[in-house]
Write a protein that binds this ligand. Sequence first.
Ligand code: 2RA
Length: 331
Amino acid sequence: KKVNVAIVGATGMVGRTFLKILQERDFPIENLYLLASKKSAGDVVNFNGKDYIIEELTENSFDKDIDIALFSAGGEISKKFAPIAKEKGVIVVDNSSMWRMYDDVPLVVPEVNPEDVKKHNGIIANPNCSTIQAVVPLKTLHDKFGIKRIVYSTYQAVSGSGVKGIADLKEGIKGNENKLYPHPIAYNALPHIDVFMDNGYTKEEMKMIDETKKILNDHTIKITATTVRVPVMYAHSESVNIEFEKEFDVKEIFDTLNTTDGIIVVDDPKNNQYPLALDAEGKDEVFVGRIRRDFSVDNGINMWVVADNIRKGAATNTVQIAELLLKYNLV
Ligand code: 2RA
């Protein structure tokens, strides 16, 4: 069955990657509509050997027959246009954080909670990139050993801030041209992603905490997070410390992860083998390594989790959600 797809934010880094992933996965598209801001309207984009003209996003953009709209144009655009699309019967898969915590909006990672898409009420939210890569290994371990507590420490690529983040890093030591960050990012590490909340945490840290509980559907798990921007172009790296209810041996953890869809275990420290951002860039899997017991608690482990934040962290996960809509005959 072929469907009509609209892309909102078609010229952004994630928007352009949507097109790449749709093509790579041969997603069955009947008609494609590329929507972006007025300044991009008229630009030509080639998809599957055919040229498409970018149209300005307006209230009338969804009057035509569209089945699915993939959004990656920031929270304000999603806030205004996702409800308009929904009213016209379009199923929206939104990358912004705008709708993620609404009760009637499923927050989905296809390897973790695919069935949740069936509960959609017109909008499905794509989780934050740093959450997506973490919950893929966490889900399989939670099912088997019961997670009590998680401590996240992340090392996030500048592409999480889009093309301007990349430009600032390329600027080198004075990299602050786009005033994205309060300090230069080159040769630096900024414990400041998104804005600070009254509780002393950043929005990025609260996203990881809140979204993990919603996706794993378990609000009893204790979670804390520190998210840091580092001078890496693509792929987020994360130290994930977990305390389990049940006893385990490390080989069980290793074997469980090694047999989980979407995970590649890279864990041979004696031969300098562990997940690296440069290896994960351009891939869709979540890479897990440095798996070792945390001797400071009864049933704890540490692990190192790396994934491409633009692909699995955003565009590929979104297209996989769209594939679920077809699989479950929801569109
Ligand atoms: C970041 N996770 O890395 C956020 C949004 N992409 O900036």
